[in-house]
Write a protein that binds this ligand. Structure first.
Ligand code: CA
Length: 259
């Protein structure tokens, strides 16, 4: 298959996995194509990760239980079982970040993977530098304390206890639905939040009936945020899949190439 030339990042660029001495993190690669495993292994080891591999789904699940990886890179098309099932099986007992790599381009494939419990999705052919960056972002989020009464994304602050939202110190007034949508996005900052997830979070189990409403409320929310000075590119639409609020703690500039 065609692969984008690996863009191995220089050591010392950014992030904790750029310092081999500090890094004892393990990543599990579940992928049946040896060429891709070799490519990823070289890039990851260069950045100080310890790498374990599996070329089948079942072997990957076993390896996840044995090596307790700090992150998993998973291909969806595996010889013995579908990657979606691998995600579900690992999620039964592990919260380790799962980054999916797949040739499946349709939004439905992304939605299924994310809803099954994957944390992020990078299409093949992929850029190795992007995979490493997304892996770092997932690790950083994992290290965040689970819950705070106040959450932030750049100039945006949400005081969950007081139900108060400010942008650069100026309070903005949101409807209950806009507030619930923003809360879901902020709590999952940096991750793609699927439409299905938002619909269930905000409208409950029958949320799918409100799919058309979702877009309208998101538009209103985006207008209120940008009207208060929030950079509109930080709330990114993944066409047909969902939405992602850029992690401002890690953003070094404009959002990545998908934006
Ligand atoms: Ca495959």
């Amino acid at each position: 298959m065609e692969l984008v030339t690996p863009a191995v990042e220089p050591i010392g660029a950014t992030g904790p996995d750029q310092h081999p001495a500090k890094c004892a993190l393990t990543v599990l690669i579940i992928e049946d194509e040896p060429q891709i495993r070799r490519l990823l292994r070289a890039a990851l080891e260069h950045c100080g990760w310890r790498v374990v591999e599996a070329d089948h789904g079942r072997a990957g699940i076993s390896e996840a239980a044995i090596s307790r990886p700090d992150a998993v890179i998973l291909d969806l098309g595996l010889p013995d079982m579908d990657g979606q099932e691998v995600i579900s099986r690992i999620r039964e007992w592990s919260g380790t970040p799962i980054l999916v790599l797949s040739v499946r381009e349709k939004p439905e494939a992304r939605i299924l993977a994310l809803d099954a419990g994957a944390d992020d999705f990078v299409p093949k052919p992929f850029n190795t530098g992007e995979v490493l960056a997304r892996l770092r972002a997932l690790r950083r989020r994992r290290e965040q304390p689970a819950e705070h009464s106040e959450v932030a994304c750049g100039p945006l602050r949400m005081d969950l206890a007081a139900r108060r939202v400010t942008v650069a110190g100026h309070e903005i007034h949101l409807t209950p639905i806009e507030y619930a949508l923003l809360k879901s996005l902020v709590r999952n900052v940096g991750k793609v939040v699927t439409q299905g997830y938002l619909l269930r979070e905000v409208w409950g189990p029958d949320g799918d009936r409100y799919r058309n409403h979702l877009r309208v409320h998101l538009t209103h929310l985006r207008k209120k945020l940008t009207g208060a000075g929030f950079d509109r590119t930080l709330l990114h639409t993944e066409p047909g899949v969902g939405y992602r609020l850029t992690d401002c703690r890690t953003s070094q500039g404009p959002p990545d190439r998908q934006n």
